[in-house]
Design a protein around this ligand. Sequence first.
Ligand SMILES: [Zn+2]
Length: 166
Amino acid sequence: MSNIQIEDRHIFYMKKALETAVKYTQHGEVPVGAIIVKDDEIISFGTNHRENEKNCLCHAEIEAINNACKKLGGWRLWQCTMYVTLEPCPMCAGAIINARIPKVIFGAYDKKNGSCGSVTNLFELPYNHKPEVLGGVLQEECAALLKVFFKKLRKGEIKQFGTHHE
Ligand SMILES: [Zn+2]
């Protein structure tokens, strides 16, 4: 467990992001859940749909941003906080910057693709918007969900039809 004092609010919403990943991830998809919170209210959800949509753009964060923009009727999400179970990739970190989201809380670190501290931290670079980021909230629970998925995938218990496996 991390020694960082994590606010109860962050844990509460990360549990909601985890629930989103568990409940709404379709078969064959890497389970990632994202939610967007505004004024202490969840205004949108997203999960990963890459396999079913056969499209690399269909990450949980992108879906959550898309839904939030539709709901709020604008592209600037400057009053919102994103909670996501996995560290955002460069595409999603870029979308977060473009959406002007001021704060991102993530669960598991992604050593191979994470762009909010692992591979790089796009939020530290001198873009026109620098979101605040906190990683490792419910890290073990978020990582466990992915671990179980990849174990099943390796055993062939889960099939992905959008990719080719040896
Ligand atoms: Zn992404």
